[in-house]
Write a protein that binds this ligand. Sequence first.
Ligand code: HEM
Length: 134
Amino acid sequence: MGGERKVFTLAEAANHNNPKDCWLVIDGKVYDVTKFLDDHPGGDDVLLSATGKDATNDFEDVGHSTSAKAMLDEFYVGDIDTSTIPTKVQYTPPKQPQYNQDKTPEFIIKLLQFLVPLVILGVAVGVRFYTKSA
Ligand code: HEM
């Protein structure tokens, strides 16, 4: 093999998910952290629960120090076949209908709001005018 990089599928890496054999997938690389479980300042349980998946976000979310990131090298065992990592589903909001979907221009609506009461008033005045003389 002579220093050739090993490439694992996510399923292969996921098999190493117990306290006696624990692999993590971070940033496209595979790390065997079995020996580190007892020494991890964040505890062994978080490492074990980060197995079987792309743990990049878990690792980054903690805000690990640069020295923590430098430690990764010593646990490196190979790379992950990135095509075996399920791509994140991007949330796209449903398309909202435009608020005013009808094409009636605003000024016509304004005009009607002004005219309708005027017409009612006109009718009322007209009725009164014609009934008074009777
Ligand atoms: C090979 C991978 C990892 C290494 C080498 C590592 C190393 C370290 C180190 C050195 C610290 C001490 C604080 C610091 O220097 O930033 C730390 C803290 C911590 N780690 Fe990790 N870590 C690894 C993976 C993870 C993962 C995958 C998780 C979460 C799922 C995690 C969760 C935490 C937490 C919660 C702390 C904070 C502990 C505390 O402050 O009480 N670590 N880690």
